[in-house]
Design a protein around this ligand. Structure first.
Ligand code: MN
Length: 746
């Protein structure tokens, strides 16, 4: 049989720590050592004492709002950590947690005195202390909680932070109403849910009840009074029920420890709010908890309860079969008691009880392996991992060193200067941040400050960064940004603006092009009304003349084509086949609109352009290329080394960035000249190289070069890309007797 707990004396509803007299801090510390020795008899407490003396020296002249010496606070935080059965590093951190924040001590100093682990933890707690959540809106609470967890590299940091918060909440009464309200709200929105997520039921409950007391004083008083009113009858009732349950369980041979308890004020309050009822209508203020030895007996006990009292349908919950994400396990049921009162019964094993009360802290204390139930919640998977690691690790110090965690590896949590949290993908840049605030802020962003320091726009943001965006009105996004932004929002907005500015360019080009052609043909555009121009635009399917100019600038039509529509009596339509010789289409036939997905050349940021390879240099896949917006023929793609490029690019405005699309089955005809010795078999060797590389030969011509006693072979072959061409050339050069191989541009 499990030991039966004595009927617990009524707990004070809210434990509030009285201020500690100045001369008792030392005594408080020795009590801490005593407490630790009980559960860690072999640990060396010298470093702990050193941490105590160190912190006491630096906090020496400080007092808390209660008037007690400041040092009472860190010692009490360490006490709470000892109650959680934490290790010595955690308690050293507890003692030192405020020295960096509130005294002249630096993290480096802590590292020198107490080592890396303690320094890391103190640094972690200090970082959290610097966060100000007061301005975070309520709907952001989840982001803030995640950010807080994401910032924690060592899970002990969060334990110390929770202990710190718990002690501050216990002594909250000494603060001004404003600070009280702020801290209480932060506690109920941020810290209590974190304790809940970590499965630390006891800490969560106390945090919630303390915060509730300060946030809703009237509701709190009313509920406490109602509980007090019925305390006597409740206790009596619970006593009876308890005896009955004990007798029934004993008869069935189920070992059990039974606690009767009155529900805590905050959970009653939530119930009132949820069900929109008054406190008089709450019947199940009472709950019974049965702790037994095995899962089998949990279900057996449930059977006993349901046999005795009628269960309320829909109130039976099996958290053993399906544990909560925080690993909480129990059977819950509500039944109708002998006089028609309803009450709740929770049934669990000892181990489940430990997890429910202490959560992650339970894993410090009990090292025996346990079978972790599968938790569905992905976010909590790490907790399961901790348990699994712990099972494999015998030495507790080794376990501690595995506590470095990265809870949300795919996200980064950042702040605006006003304290709003922005969740961005990992490695997001200040540009992503700027666009997350507003697209105007993104578009006009010229610089960024992170934690007060100017950083490059492409730098990656880190958890907890406070980001300030510098803007300048009229500034436009840069294409380079597309190279490093991580959010779809920023990417789309940047593309949109770039497309719009390319369009403005195209309109301008189109307009000038049309004017020039008009002058050439003697068409007086000035005499043609806007209405006439719009009619022409409509004929091409555009609603505005502007759109027609853009199409012209993009090279979808030639100016002559348009003019022949505007002034058919003067300008005849272009005769087919009169295309400029230099311009050769990408694919066979006339320049075609590129098709999404299989385009050979892509114009960065724009999907709607005619693109063709310039015949002068005939660039092939893989070569460095550059685009040039022609008058009326779309974008000509030249090799960057093409001599024409130098001449064309005087008009920098028409230069456009292009890149090869993914490799397809396209092949490119290339002309090659091979200078060789004049000897038999040479042609054979050359063609077999081409054959080996499966390059198709379009034409081949060999002539004897009389001047140089050699031969010249000229050929046109189809190659896939630059790489294949290079391979071919070097294979031909290896043939003995080959003097030189060159690519012919025309
Ligand atoms: Mn503190």
């Amino acid at each position: 049989m499990l030991p039966e707990s004595a009927s617990a004396p009524d707990p004070p509803l809210l434990p509030v720590s009285p201020p500690v007299p100045p001369d008792t801090v030392g005594k408080l510390y020795s009590e801490l050592e005593d407490k630790i020795r009980e559960y860690r008899p072999k640990d060396d407490l010298a470093p702990l004492r050193k941490a105590f003396e160190f912190a006491r020296r630096y906090h020496q002249d400080q007092t808390r709002d209660s008037g007690e010496p400041y040092m009472a606070h860190p010692v009490m935080v360490a006490h709470i950590l000892a109650d959680m059965r934490m290790d010595v590093v955690a308690m050293e951190t507890g003692l030192l947690h405020d020295v960096v924040e509130d005294t002249s001590v630096t993290v480096d100093q802590v590292r020198k005195e107490f080592g890396d682990e303690v320094a890391r933890c103190v640094d972690g707690v200090t970082k959290l202390a610097k966060l100000d959540f007061s301005s975070a809106e309520e709907r952001q609470a989840e982001s803030v909680r995640k950010m807080l967890l994401a910032m924690v590299e060592d899970i002990r940091v969060i334990m110390v932070k929770l202990a710190d918060r718990l002690h501050n909440m216990r002594t909250l009464g000494y603060l001004s109403p404003e600070r009280r309200e702020r801290i209480a709200r932060e506690t109920i929105e941020i810290y209590a849910p974190i304790a809940h997520r970590l499965g630390m039921g006891k800490v969560r409950n106390e945090l919630e009840d303390l915060a509730f007391q300060h946030l809703e004083p009237d509701a709190y008083k009313e509920i406490v009074a109602a509980i007090e009113n019925r305390r006597h009858s409740n206790q009596e009732f619970l006593g009876e029920i308890r005896q009955t349950v004990e007798a029934e369980l004993r008869r069935e041979g189920i070992p059990a420890r039974i606690d009767g308890r009155v529900k805590r004020p905050y959970s009653v309050f939530q119930k009132l709010r949820r069900q929109k009822i008054t406190v008089d209508q709450v019947y199940d203020l009472m709950a019974l908890r049965i702790v037994t030895d095995s899962v089998k007996n949990c279900y057996a006990a449930l059977g006993v309860i349901h046999n005795k009292w009628r269960p309320i349908p829909g109130r039976i919950k099996d958290f053993i079969a399906i544990p909560r994400p925080n690993l909480y396990q129990s059977l819950h049921t509500s039944v109708v008691g002998p006089q028609g009162q309803t009450f709740e019964v929770q049934i669990r094993t000892e181990e489940m009880h430990r997890i429910a009360e202490e959560g992650i802290a339970a894993h410090w204390k009990y090292k025996e392996g346990r079978k972790g139930p599968a938790a569905d919640d992905q976010r909590i998977t790490w907790l399961r991992h901790l348990i699994e690691w712990q099972r494999d690790v015998q030495d507790s110090t080794e376990f501690m060193s595995t506590l470095k965690v990265d809870l949300y590896p795919e996200e980064v949590y950042t702040f605006t200067p006003r304290g709003k949290v922005l969740v961005l993908p990992r490695d997001a840049s200040p540009i992503d941040f700027a666009y997350a605030i507003h697209s105007d802020v993104g578009a006009t962003c010229t610089g960024a400050k992170v934690n007060g320091r100017i950083v490059p726009l492409r730098s990656a943001l880190k958890n907890g960064d406070v980001v300030e965006i510098v803007t300048q009105s009229g500034h436009v996004p840069s294409k380079d940004w597309l190279g490093f932004v991580k959010t779809a929002r920023a990417r789309n907005k940047i593309k949109h603006v770039i497309n719009a500015s390319e369009r403005i360019k195209a309109i301008d080009i189109g307009e000038k092009y049309l004017e020039k052609e008009a002058r050439r043909f003697g068409v007086q555009l000035g005499k043609i009304g806007k209405g006439e121009l719009e009619k022409t635009a409509a004929a091409y399917g555009y609603s505005k003349a502007e759109d027609l100019y853009a199409a012209l600038g993009y090279g979808r039509y030639s100016a002559r084509q348009i003019l022949s529509k505007i002034a058919p009596e003067i300008v005849a339509e272009e005769a087919p086949g009169s295309k400029p010789v230099l311009e050769v289409p990408v694919q066979s036939g006339a320049p075609g609109r590129q098709h999404d997905g299989d385009a050979v050349v892509k114009v960065r940021g724009i999907d709607d352009l005619l693109v063709y390879r310039a015949g002068c240099c005939n660039p092939i896949h893989g070569e460095a290329i550059v685009g040039y917006v022609t008058r009326g023929k779309g974008v000509a793609v030249h090799s960057k080394t093409c001599p024409n490029v130098q001449n064309l690019m005087y008009d920098a405005e028409r230069k456009i960035e292009v890149e090869w699309a993914r490799a397809g089955d396209d092949s490119f005809p290339v002309r090659i000249a091979v200078h060789t010795d004049d000897r038999p078999g040479m042609l054979n060797q050359l063609t077999s190289v081409l054959f080996d590389e499966s390059a198709n030969i379009r034409s081949l011509e060999a002539k004897t070069n009389l001047d140089h006693e050699g031969a010249l072979v000229e050929m046109t072959v189809d190659v896939r890309d630059k790489k294949q061409l290079e391979k071919l050339v070097s294979a031909m050069r290896r043939i003995s007797g080959v003097r030189d191989v060159e690519r012919l541009l025309h």
